[in-house]
Write a protein that binds this ligand. Sequence first.
Ligand SMILES: *Cc1c(COP(=O)(O)O)cnc(C)c1O
Length: 459
Amino acid sequence: MEDFKTIIEPFRIKMVEQIQVSTKEQRKQYLKDAHYNTFLLDSEKVMIDFLTDSGTSAMSANQWAGIMQGDESYAGASSWHKMRKAVYDLTGHEFMLPTHQGRAAERILYGYLGGVGKTFISNTHFDTTRANIEFSGAEAIDIPIEEGKLPELYHPFKGNIDLLLLEKTILEKGAENVAGVILTVTNNSGGGQPVSMENAKGVAAICKKYHVKYFLDCCRIAENAYFIKHREAGYENKTYKEIAQELFSLTDGSIMSAKKDALVNMGGFLTLKDETIAIACKNLLIITEGFSTYGGLSGRDMEAIAIGLKEVFESDYLHYRIRSTAFLGEKLRAMGVPLMWPIGGHAVYIDAKALYNQIPVNEYPGQALVCELYVTGGIRSCEIGSVMFGKYDENKNLIPASMELVRLAIPRRVYTQSHIEYVIEVFEKIMQNKDVVKGIKIIEEPAFLRHFTSKFQQL
Ligand SMILES: *Cc1c(COP(=O)(O)O)cnc(C)c1O
């Protein structure tokens, strides 16, 4: 495949799902009805859904076959053993708790380790991670490397954590108050950018020195492994899976949203080395998710996860996955669309602040672009900027996020080359209109995770 420019999808399509084609006039009305928040849009009104890569993967014929073999026994199901084996094979962590999705694992682990006076430190906490930590009363500190904050700058591992700041923060807070260091691979909020093995090892050394727990938020572990193999010296001849195993071996535990790199529509898990923490978490699991051999999952879900965790490391799949995301990003960049560079694993992140420099951050340029993409082409995307991460000071003035990004997250194995060509054409129109686009005002918002349910108005 390497000798050809065209990346073919390394699969054939056996079942199709209709896309409802709409007109621009219809979409204007749909968006108004949804209060300019694309999370409030019905999916039938969307033509290309880049809202998230979470739970939107197409499963393989093998996974569907596995689903028919799900063992739905309450305790000790064979499907549980298959999932446990697949996870253990990857992580080497003795304890595995299945949950209905990643955030349930986060609530259990970070709720248990967190609380008032505790601190978590990360390259970047994902939104649900931060919400669960803050909800427990603890504090979540993001310390990505400086290069990670500069959208235009090339760096092979922009997802890295700042190791000097990590040590400094642990000393400042007192190691006994640091409930954990969470390395998010790849760094979702920071641009889908990878973390290097060298950086992951650096975190391990610091955590060991200060006896601080080290967790991997491993939602996109296979995608991260791809970048390590192709960008980091010494890993050329390792398999993607061996690289992932090495990343896990450095840590005390992990949190996984199986809706990403386990190629399923629902599911997650938590792994731990430490028995004491595992027992405490297991109690919480049983109270809110389910018995320890199924947690929040049915047997068929566990079958599909066990199979997906293997498929995701296949080299033809990973090559297609990473290269096709880059294809979209490279075309947009050539057209002059400002974006996070280099292109990350699962998504293309547009720098909306640079695209719409006439819109101030308190009028949310990212949300303005989200609305434009939908009206122009029926494309649904997600703001990752001040709508998602903005806060207010005591005078109700916005404390903006460090970047105003819009994420085009690509579902796994779902869209083809011609869908992507269409998206590129929509961006040609976005570029023609960019100087006349206006900002957005929030008219209603909840206290946590406001991007999900806020209502907006166009200015
Ligand atoms: C999706 C995600 C989560 C949360 O997982 P859910 O399955 O959506 O609850 C946590 N961390 C990262 C990095 C994610 O991408």
